[in-house]
Design a protein. Structure first.
Length: 322
């Protein structure tokens, strides 16, 4: 989107901590690959329900069936991040889906060095979040955590937990989180999006590092207080919450209330291609429509950098520029 506040927020150094790799694809690339594969372009931005959103996401995954395409995707995603003022990018994926031409291990062996090389080219630090599919059962969760642990010194920085949380409470991944922690990895599950504040509380009590979304904490003042007390960062993606029907409009989004209460928040775009906004748009919309002050948005950028798993020298350099 074109927006008068874009230039201000593109210049703001920030970490992008909540973005799914496949859905950060450029629309032009999507259309080109769909034409090459002779498949229909999926709907963008308009989803009657979460299931149809997941269907569109499935089309993106299906396009990533050659190493050349995955390499192009990574280069374009990192280049776009650089143009958006992102200094540290933590991209999430289920590895075997992000590179559908091998096992999960082979996928990571390909993705991690390609992402790191793209980062060097474009001046962005990159870290991978290995996503656990909460609907795929405990064996998958353990396997994903063990896989992430094997790559802990090669570019994986954390494990996440994705898919509809109404089908899989965060507590079900506790064992997988322990495996990840033992390897020195972070834990950043989705919680408090499709389910309520009880899932945010459960995540905090599991000792997670950050929570992706977490916005429905606002429905329980005691959970908001717990977030403030623990200093847990929420990786908030307002447009995603509107598109998927969590809130009726940006004007009704609780980001401003959470910040006012003292909750630490980073701002992310979640699935830029599918929701029609990038991380710069989200900052601009937060000021214009959620009525978050520019000063608070600078603090969100500061929080994003501090809460990232980037090396200390990357953080120091970015914070100095704030």
């Amino acid at each position: 989107m074109s927006h008068p506040l874009r230039s201000r927020y593109a210049a703001l150094p920030k970490a992008h901590l909540h973005v799914h790799l496949e859905a950060a694809m450029r629309e032009s690339t999507l259309r080109q690959w769909c034409a090459e594969d002779r498949i229909e372009v999926p709907p963008l931005v308009d989803y009657p329900d979460f299931a149809q959103f997941l269907d569109a996401y499935g089309v993106l995954i299906g396009l990533l069936h050659t190493p050349e395409r995955v390499e192009q995707l990574l280069d374009e995603v990192v280049a776009d991040a650089a143009s958006q003022g992102v200094v540290a990018l933590e991209y999430a994926s289920i590895p075997e889906k992000a590179a559908a031409f091998g096992t999960a291990e082979e996928a990571l062996e390909f993705i991690l060095p390609a992402a790191a090389e793209a980062g060097r080219r474009h001046g962005v630090w990159t870290g991978a979040i290995v996503s656990i599919d909460r609907g795929a059962g405990p064996d998958h969760a353990r396997d994903a955590a063990h896989l992430a642990a094997r790559f802990a010194d090669r570019g994986v920085v954390a494990v996440g937990l994705v898919n509809d949380e109404r089908d899989g409470p965060v507590a079900g991944a506790a064992e997988a989180f322990e495996i990840a922690r033992a390897a020195g990895l972070g834990v950043v599950p989705h919680a408090g999006e499709m389910a309520g504040p009880e899932e945010v509380r459960a995540a905090v009590e599991l000792g997670v590092d950050r929570i992706q979304h977490g916005v429905r904490a606002v429905e329980d003042p005691a959970v908001v207080e717990l977030l403030v007390e623990r200093g847990t960062c929420l990786d908030v993606c307002p447009t995603s919450n509107i598109t998927l029907g969590v809130y009726p409009s940006l004007e009704r989004h609780p980001l401003a209330a959470l910040l006012e209460a003292g909750v630490r928040c980073s701002i992310g775009a979640d699935d830029p291609l599918l929701f029609g906004v990038d991380v710069v748009d989200e900052y601009a919309l937060a000021e214009e429509r959620i009525r978050v002050s520019p000063e608070r948005l600078v603090e969100c950028a500061r929080t994003s950098i501090e809460a990232s798993f980037a090396p200390e020298e990357v953080k120091r350099g970015a914070l100095a520029r704030l």
